[in-house]
Write a protein that binds this ligand. Structure first.
Ligand code: URA
Length: 234
């Protein structure tokens, strides 16, 4: 594309203003100051600078919140032919999931093409909180709850950090529990409950950071609002 269009897309100036800056010798392409307007730039490979600073065309990324139903995998394809979460989105963009939920787990899944945000949200040092609703068969003892709160040793020897655990509903044959963690080890919740001798029979993620699933129905998705994108990108 023409250099003045490139400068305009980067928000430096309108096309006319861009020509003025080129005349003033403020614009360089691959290290060489340019002094004519009829220069084409390859927006993927050329390095364009204005006043010495690299200019990039702002990207418009996609940010989706999906209420993943069970029976879908978090992958672009599956050798067993199972349905993937992308079958529910049907976008022509190359999207990926931020972390994963198991095949039989439901709930809040972020899907995007913003690699930097994905890295940030999944990096353990950022300690993004995630809240899950867990159902187990039967009852759970106070000792087991205390162990989950204080940290348990998983089957690979990893000790989990402190978590917040609340009983939501205790019945004779089952218990519903809310648990918030800020780590993201593979199958962490099921393995934490496994460590206290309890098998998870239902698992749903209801929040990631400040994002809540709210009234989004199973299998439905929505685009994140600008405010939500800013919040999770902080
Ligand atoms: N923990 C699990 O065990 N499974 C999930 O899908 C997410 C968290």
């Amino acid at each position: 594309m023409r250099i003045n269009k490139y400068l305009a897309l980067c928000g430096v100036a309108g096309r006319r203003g861009a020509e003025k800056f080129i005349k003033q010798g403020k614009v360089s392409v691959n290290g060489k100051i340019i002094n004519e307007f009829a220069v084409d730039v390859d927006e993927k490979n050329d390095v364009v600078r204005f006043d010495g600073k690299i200019l990039n065309i702002p990207q418009s990324f996609t940010y989706i919140m999906l209420n993943k139903p069970k029976g879908y995998i978090c992958s672009n394809s599956d050798e067993k032919g199972r349905k993937t979460v992308f079958d529910l989105i049907q976008s022509d963009k190359r999207l990926f999931t931020v972390g994963r939920l198991d095949y039989d787990t439901e709930g809040l899944l972020i899907i995007t093409d913003d690699g930097a945000l994905c890295k940030k949200l999944t990096h353990p040092s950022n300690e993004i909180g995630k809240t899950y609703i867990v159902k187990i068969d039967g009852k759970i003892s106070e000792n087991a709850l205390a162990a989950l709160r204080n940290g348990v040793i998983l089957d690979d020897g990893f000790k989990t950090s402190e978590s917040i655990v609340k009983i939501l509903k205790a019945e004779n044959d089952s218990t519903r529990i809310e648990i918030s963690i800020h780590e993201g080890h593979n199958r962490q919740i099921k393995r934490m409950f496994g460590a206290v001798g309890k098998q998870v029979v239902f698992l749903k993620r209801v929040s990631v950071g400040n994002l809540r699933l709210g009234g989004l129905k199973r299998g439905e998705f929505r685009h994140l609002k600008k405010r939500e994108i800013l919040e999770i990108s902080k």
